[in-house]
Design a binder for this molecule. Structure first.
Ligand code: DGL
Length: 270
């Protein structure tokens, strides 16, 4: 599940890694965004979604939303101790390992940045790199409304990220002998996408910050963790099993949401 269609960036990796499984994806678009709600509101919405999954016979649950994970995963595990439950968190660990001492921007929702879970993560890595957390209210809405690949989102990102864009005039670049550097370019080494909607705007972030910045997200790690948990519990389908199905459900009943969900599952620029 996700607060909307963002979690499909995680579902993509899960389907590739576990093609024999059946997936039921629930997007709570009618209640999105989660990131600007209170923690209690989000926790209640997530519990409701998980109860519905279990009524349908789900054998495991993936919270493919950083915000919902930080609000609810601990309580969910206490409430359903026998159910394999995986969550997602910003991919700070691989970012720091790849860029020790580097400048790393973490983009996420206001709730993810505010929650204790993120502060604990930050305290593990804050001495190993310069980590810059950034709440990005307003960004997920472009993906929800089918505008992930639009000039509007690029303008939004350009403004949001302006302090990290290096702008040099020709005399400065000659003086600093960096005239051969590719532009645009950035003062950052890496960007961690700590919200599952953001991978759908990756190439627009590249247009703003340039090709050299490393962009990471937690989707593959979450998919691998689900596979590991299923296998450990003896619940993973044999690879010889015919390909599974992906079913989309959304609290927003408009057919456009389901059409957008299918489109995002096939989205290749991730
Ligand atoms: N996709 C969600 C996440 O990963 C957040 C979007 C929202 O604010 O609802 O955090």
């Amino acid at each position: 599940m996700d607060s909307g269609v963002g979690g499909i960036s995680v579902l993509q990796k899960m389907v590739k890694l576990m093609p024999a499984e059946d997936f039921l994806f629930f997007g709570d678009s009618a209640n999105a965004p989660y990131g600007t709600k209170t923690t209690e509101e989000v926790r209640e919405l997530v519990f409701r979604a998980v109860a519905a999954f279990l009524e349908e016979g789900a054998k495991a649950v993936a919270i493919a939303c950083n915000t919902a994970t930080s609000a609810a995963v601990r309580d969910l595990r206490l409430h359903y101790p026998d159910l394999p439950i995986v969550g997602i968190e910003p991919a700070l660990k691989p970012a720091v390992e790849r860029h020790p001492g580097g400048r790393i921007l973490v983009m996420a929702t206001p709730m993810t940045i505010r929650e204790e879970k993120f502060h604990l993560l930050l305290s593990r890595f804050k001495d190993k790199a310069k980590i810059i957390p950034m709440a990005c209210p307003g960004l997920m809405e472009y993906v929800e409304s089918g505008q992930a690949d639009s000039d509007e989102v690029e303008a939004f990102l350009k403004d949001l990220l302006k302090e990290f864009i290096i702008k040099l005039d020709s005399s400065q670049s000659a003086k600093n002998n960096i005239s051969n550097k590719k532009f645009p370019c950035t003062s950052l080494d890496a960007v961690v996408l700590g919200c599952t909607h953001y991978p759908f705007v990756t190439h627009r972030i590249r247009n703003v910050l340039g090709e050299d910045v490393d962009i990471l997200d937690g989707s593959l790690g979450t998919a691998r963790e689900l596979k590991r948990r299923l296998s450990e519990a003896g619940l993973l389908r044999d690879e010889a099993h015919p390909a599974g199905q992906v079913v989309f459900r959304n609290s927003d009943p408009s057919p456009e949401k389901i059409a957008l969900s299918r489109k995002l599952l096939d989205y290749e620029k991730l």
